[in-house]
Ligand binder design. Structure first.
Ligand code: ACO
Length: 380
């Protein structure tokens, strides 16, 4: 008998502090008008706690929603490109915080598509019979890594987390179609050098990151990659645009989402938009949008969802998800984050103050801290 991986729990771990476009224009040459017109973004969140803290909150809520005891959890997949540390991995931190002592714990990093890749992997592991349930997290703590002096990227991102619980089921539900890919020829169009370990006080800090973004190239390839993946996943499942009840896309830019929806043939009324309130939370964007869609009653029993995404790599993908019968939580978790003692702008200004205190130029950083091309000596 075919086995499925039903989504039985969901929850968010969003930090409360809000950074507005006007806040950004206090230290960057930008404006609410430019950011709104070019990206659709109005505000984003800045976290006062670690990525693992956000992920743990989302996980507790998702487990309560499914009414699943953490001790019964068999797999934790932590999707992110901004881990608090590289070693030990972050999924183990969530395992410890939850007391999910029997769970295997792995991190997945495909940048913004990490949740989609993680959801596909966990689904396949349940379908194969390797595990009976899984917790899949999408989380990003980008603010300490951000180059806040670079207006090309600083306005685009936000922090946040969300998680889902998967459980084995005989009823067709969960991920029923998957297309994943990678446009590696364009891997240099989106690079963040120096990202991926806890903020170090003194010495080489997170502030010493270099963001290389070719926004327009990414834009075009994102639209192409996601549209192609949507078409292929729908064709393989034998469904058309009129069968899709809701598109829950990666939210990097409102104009990218509009273009993908147009190619897919789905009207914007059937597209979930959160880019205006959270910006691009990378791996957290799709699961947070899914949880918001459930809260807003936009997911109904049996709904067919299309989830396209793209990220650094340039990885891309599209999943088809058949929702089950339940659209409300079995239980609510009482877990919460400690209150933030600073505003989002105060936190960002504190990060700016400790970033590159020597005021080194981009070229100087490149020479002293980063290799230019890690593939320079790779075989053709
Ligand atoms: N405020 C004001 N002006 C700005 C800003 C800003 N924040 N940023 C750039 N500008 C200026 C530029 O300097 C340029 O000025 P010029 O005409 O004098 O040269 C002008 O605005 C237009 O810039 P463009 O780059 O042409 O603007 P575009 O319409 O392409 O929008 C954007 C830029 C928003 C970055 C868009 O290309 C985009 O969304 N690209 C994709 C981004 C993306 O991929 N994000 C995420 C993936 S992340 C991940 O996987 C980790």
């Amino acid at each position: 008998m075919q086995r499925y991986a039903a989504i039985t729990g969901w929850g968010e771990g969003l930090p409360p502090a809000v950074l507005t476009n006007d806040d950004l224009s206090t230290f960057l040459e930008t404006s609410d008008e430019w950011i709104t017109q070019r990206t659709g973004m109005k505000e984003r969140r800045v976290s006062h706690v670690s990525a693992i803290d956000m992920a743990t909150l989302a996980s507790r809520r998702a487990l309560a929603c499914a009414d699943l005891d953490p001790a019964a959890l068999e797999l934790i997949v932590y999707g992110s490109c901004s881990p608090d540390e590289q070693v030990p991995n972050s999924a183990s931190g969530v395992q410890l915080a939850l007391g999910a002592t029997r769970a295997a714990a792995m991190d997945v990093n495909t940048a913004c598509t990490s949740f989609l890749y993680g959801l596909s992997s966990a689904t396949a592991m349940i379908q194969s019979g390797m595990v009976r349930n899984a917790l899949v997290i999408g989380v990003e703590y980008i603010s300490p890594f951000m180059d806040w002096s670079n207006r090309n990227v600083a306005v685009l991102f936000g922090d946040g987390a969300a998680a889902v619980v998967l459980q084995a089921s005989d009823t067709p539900s969960g991920v029923i179609g998957t297309v994943l890919g990678c446009d590696a020829e364009a891997r240099q169009t989106l690079r963040v050098r120096g990202m991926g370990c806890s903020y170090v006080k003194g010495g080489l800090t997170y502030g010493d990151t270099l963001w290389d973004f070719d926004g327009q190239a990414i834009f075009k390839r994102a639209v192409h990659g996601m549209s192609d993946a949507c078409a292929r996943v729908m064709q393989a499942a034998g469904v058309t645009a009129s069968d899709i009840d809701l598109v829950v896309p990666h939210q990097a830019n409102l104009r990218i989402i509009e273009a993908v929806a147009k190619y897919a043939g789905v009207p914007m009324e059937r597209v979930m938009l959160t880019v205006q309130r959270y910006g691009n939370m990378s791996a957290a964007t799709v699961p947070v949008s899914l949880v918001d869609a459930l809260k807003e009653g936009r997911v109904q029993p049996g709904s067919l969802l299309l989830m396209p995404g793209f990220g650094g790599g340039l990885t891309f993908g599209a999943l088809l998800v058949k929702w089950g019968e339940r659209v409300t939580p079995r239980r609510e978790s009482e877990a919460a984050l400690p209150p933030a003692t600073q505003t989002a702008l105060e936190m960002v200004n504190a990060i700016r103050a400790r970033q590159d205190p020597h005021g080194r130029s981009r070229d100087a950083l490149l020479q002293t801290h980063f290799i230019d091309d890690p593939l320079a000596h790779a075989a053709p």
